[in-house]
Ligand binder design. Structure first.
Ligand code: PLP
Length: 447
């Protein structure tokens, strides 16, 4: 008989996890043994009454914290009026209101038009359908390390982990993956050192991809995460993003910014693209948009959103209850939580940098990102050998210490709490994190 040597999960949690394993699909990524009972702000409680600081926010989703009273009120008020009518066939004001708001904050100097969806992957599907429709071209360029979703079109763009694609081929044709960020490993046959001096990802697209693989005038879009999320919380070089814009302008290609994880104020600005000073043609949003209610959006320059009637649609997309939650969410983000994200994010980064001085696994790793989208990479040595097992251990030990924290990429931990998180909770969470890291490093013989 196996003995549970940890204090968490408690018996009620364990019973639910066991029942889950009988009826729920085994397809989900190995989950953490945390069974939620309720949440409030940046804290959650499990069914055994144990409390946790939530640095995961349901994968960067609960932007206004768990069950914010204003969001709950908006949901209840809307649900009392009507829950569904099908925005594909009829009109309702709350849908117009959220579209107006999203158009007003769109990160480009041109009026915007909006298509509302249920999820992130559906927003990505919409964005590539729109790019194909508008340009009349078939091909799309995406990046290694990218995560754009799991439905067939989005999955074709995703190139984060083989397990996500394995067994599902053939995917949608016409997708070309290229290295993310500068510099990339040279594929021109030059010495790598020489390559690093002058090869950029843009060189790769123009000198390799466009010469050997696909003609630029057959490419509809380049789809980019302005901060790579699932791939490891990587903030790319500004020059890289500008070079992509230049390529798009030169060849009539659309630049799609997938801001599903990085958008809605998480980075301290409405959109991460604003940090790069580059304007996309289409933006996708979801995750933090409605504080956890299912809602996504394709936001495009007006001259691009040229779908004719009947070209696209979704029964549940733009659900009125989700739209009402989103309106309340965006108001809270605009009136304080976005600024809080910038401030708390800066503090988390400083604390992690300080921890680098006395934690061997942090010392040579990347501390990357901005606002409340921060990644800390755990590595074994100066050559930055990924400390994957150690990272996984920290996540698990953190549960015992009352902290929810998620991994990203090969060996990164992501710090993506709700945008409303107060300094006290940040400090407490960081203490629990450091305690967990120390324990894991001791177990691995690093301390
Ligand atoms: N795009 C990005 C950048 C994401 O991070 C995700 C989800 O993690 C998606 C798309 C897919 O969103 P969803 O899980 O809502 O389909």
């Amino acid at each position: 008989m196996s003995v549970n040597i940890t204090t968490r999960p408690g018996p009620k949690s364990q019973a639910i996890i066991e029942r889950d394993s009988v009826v729920m699909t085994g397809a989900l990524t190995p989950r953490y043994p945390f069974v939620i009972e309720r949440g409030e702000g940046a804290r959650v409680w499990d069914v055994d009454g144990d409390e946790y600081i939530d640095f995961a926010a349901g994968i960067a989703v609960t932007s206004t914290g768990h069950s914010h009273p204003k969001v709950v009120e908006a949901i209840i008020e809307q649900a009392k009026k009507f829950i569904h009518i099908a925005g594909t066939d009829y009109y309702y004001d709350v849908q117009v209101k959220i579209a107006e708001k999203l158009a007003a904050i769109a990160p480009f100097d041109e009026p915007a038009k909006v298509f509302l969806t249920n999820s992130g992957t559906e927003a990505v599907e919409g964005s590539i359908k729109l790019a194909r429709w508008y340009t009349g071209r078939a091909h799309v360029i995406a990046f290694y390390g990218a995560f754009h979703g799991r439905t067939m079109g989005s999955l074709s763009l995703t190139a984060s982990k083989v397990i996500q694609r394995d067994g599902f081929f053939p995917l949608v044709p016409g997708v070309h993956h290229v290295p993310y960020n500068n510099p990339y490993r040279c594929l021109h046959g030059r010495e790598e050192a020489a390559c690093r001096a002058h090869c950029t990802c843009a060189d790769y697209i123009t000198n390799v991809l466009f010469k050997k693989d696909v003609a630029p005038d057959a490419v509809a879009a380049i789809i980019l995460e302005p901060i790579q999320g699932e791939g490891g919380y990587i903030l790319p070089d500004k020059r890289f993003v500008q070079q992509l814009r230049d390529i798009c302008d030169q060849y009539g290609i659309l630049l799609i910014a997938d801001e599903i994880q990085s958008g809605m104020g998480r980075t301290g600005k409405w959109w991460a693209m604003e940090h790069h000073g580059v304007q996309p043609d289409i933006v996708t949003s979801a995750k933090g948009l409605a504080s956890g209610m299912p809602l996504g959006a394709v936001i495009a320059r007006q001259h691009v959103m040229t779908w004719p009637p009947g070209a696209h649609g979704s029964t549940f997309g733009g659900n009125p209850v989700s739209c009402a939650a989103a309106l309340a969410t965006l108001e809270l983000i605009e009136n304080g939580y976005m600024a809080n994200a910038a401030e708390q994010g800066e503090f988390i980064k400083e604390c992690l940098e300080e921890m680098q001085t006395h934690h061997p696994s942090l010392r040579h790793g990347r501390i990357d990102g901005t606002g409340l989208m921060i990644g800390a990479e755990l590595v074994l040595d100066a050559a930055r050998t990924p400390a994957k097992e150690l990272r996984n251990r920290v996540e698990r030990i953190a549960i015992d210490n009352g902290l929810l924290i998620l991994g990203a990429g090969e060996s990164t931990l992501r710090f993506c709490p709700s945008l409303m998180i107060e300094r006290a909770a940040v400090q407490e969470g960081l203490e629990r994190f450091e305690q967990s890291l120390t324990q894991a490093e001791q177990e691995a013989g690093l301390l």
